[in-house]
Design a protein around this ligand. Structure first.
Ligand SMILES: NC(=O)c1ccc[n+]([C@@H]2O[C@H](COP(=O)([O-])OP(=O)(O)OC[C@H]3O[C@@H](n4cnc5c(N)ncnc54)[C@H](OP(=O)(O)O)[C@@H]3O)[C@@H](O)[C@H]2O)c1
Length: 286
């Protein structure tokens, strides 16, 4: 049986639904503060708990073969701090997994996340990845680039609902790697029984482009005259979660650059969604 941690989130939800569609038995660690009815309706076994509560993790890990964790506190805040969830919570999860005899853990971090990063989330996720590598468990650590849903559809989409100017932190011509969440879910599913995914770190990108290109594609798709306003690093774009502004500054200073992973796509049989195709899916075809 699989345990998905983060199943009420975007990526974890997609992974859970796909596993259930394939006929797998799936337990999900969920909090009673989130809407769990879609997971229950899809056939998931609910284990109520929290990454901050050891006892609930111990119980959730019993009888589990594989854990897939996409959980993060980055977008939650309050008691769900990065330190409590991404670092300490996962350290406890790894201990409970070993104690319960879980065979394998699949963990989602990101390309460019290192233990010496200036960004707390990047340091926490990199140190969790290190703890997993040295845990003795079989593992697969996925390192996707920036999610298109967050960094194209939300970041640009939210701004063009309010006006014709798109604020961009850093140089609009700088290129970044982007990946569609569906492709990350594809990779998780493809790694589950793939021998090359054992004890492996796997990056994934759907392609690289700049915000100048993205905004031009969107302007054409929606037939509007959009302007770009470039902001210096450490700027705060009003209305965006602090983690978005922090990561964008980090990325714009070279922390998360362009990336191509055609060999990964080929090896795991993935049909990658390119940034331009994603823009057309979301904003329309000119
Ligand atoms: N966005 C990007 O560009 C990007 C790029 C590369 C990698 N990633 C990584 O991809 C992963 C998935 O992202 P996503 O967009 O699916 O995230 P998300 O939608 O924000 O989901 C976060 C999940 O973590 C759970 N969670 C938070 N605190 C918890 C706690 N204390 N105990 C148990 N569960 C807790 C949430 O549960 P509740 O609903 O109960 O709060 C939710 O299910 C993340 O690890 C992220 O760092 C993201």
């Amino acid at each position: 049986m699989d345990l998905v941690v983060g199943a009420t989130g975007d990526l974890g939800g997609r992974i859970t639904r796909r596993l259930l569609e394939q006929g797998e038995q799936v337990r999900v660690l969920v909090r009673d503060t989130s809407d769990v009815s879609p997971l229950k309706a899809a056939g998931a076994e609910l284990a109520f708990g929290d990454l901050k509560e050891l006892v609930t993790l111990d119980a959730a890990c019993q009888g589990i073969d594989r854990i897939i964790s996409t959980a993060t506190g980055a977008s939650r805040g309050g008691e769900d701090s990065v330190a409590a969830v991404d670092q300490q919570g996962h350290a406890t999860l790894i201990r409970c997994a070993k104690h319960a005899g879980v065979g394998r853990i699949i963990y989602v971090t990101a390309t460019g996340f290192n233990t010496d990063s200036p960004v707390e989330l990047a340091r926490a996720k990199a140190s969790t990845a290190e703890a997993i590598r040295s845990s003795g468990l079989d593992y697969t650590i996925l390192q996707p680039t920036l999610f298109m849903e967050a960094w194209i559809a939300f970041v640009v989409g939210a701004q063009i609902q309010k006006g014709d100017t798109v604020q961009v932190i850093g140089d609009p011509a700088r290129k970044y790697g982007f990946v569609a969440v569906d492709n990350v879910a594809d990779l998780v599913l493809a790694t589950l029984d793939h021998p090359d995914a054992q004890r492996a770190d796997i990056p994934l990108s759907g392609g690289s482009c700049s915000y100048r290109q993205i905004v031009a594609w969107i302007a054409k798709a929606i037939d509007r005259d959009l302007q770009i306003h470039s902001l210096p690093p450490s700027s705060q774009i009003e209305g965006f979660p602090p983690i978005v502004n922090e990561l964008w500054s980090f990325a714009s200073a070279g922390g998360m650059g362009p990336l191509a992973t055609p060999k990964v796509a080929e090896k795991f049989g993935l049909e990658m969604i390119r940034p331009r195709a994603f823009v057309q899916q979301v904003f329309g075809t000119p």
